[in-house]
Write a protein of this length. Structure first.
Length: 109
């Protein structure tokens, strides 16, 4: 079975999956009740497929994983945080067009 382009992570595996990742990582902090999060979802999935092998893309539901959201100061969603070598490279808050998200990702590559 092929590896999923987007992995769903939580408080328990965030450190292992993101901070210790062997490539840059984009984390989408979201919740199922968030309309803009649902609108951004297909864009995140498409870019995950496009950058497969170069970038790890993960989604974390803030309702189920409040500790990680609090650790990274997530106050509104969607929030996308770009990590490289375990450190925050940049953050985007809110619904953004695919082009802006793609330029954001390229900062880490």
């Amino acid at each position: 079975m092929a590896e999923e382009a987007v992995v769903h992570i939580g408080d328990v595996d965030f450190n292992e999956e993101i901070l210790k990742a062997d490539k840059p990582a984009l984390v989408d902090f979201w919740a199922p009740w968030c309309g803009p999060c649902r609108s951004l979802g297909p864009t995140v999935e498409a870019l995950a497929g496009q950058y497969r092998g170069q970038l790890k893309v993960a989604k974390i539901n803030i309702d189920d994983n409040p500790k990680t959201a609090a650790t990274y100061g997530v106050m509104s969603i969607p929030t996308l945080i770009l990590f490289k070598e375990g450190k925050i490279l940049d953050t985007i808050v809110g619904l953004v067009p695919k082009e802006r998200l793609e330029a954001f990702i390229k900062k880490a590559l």
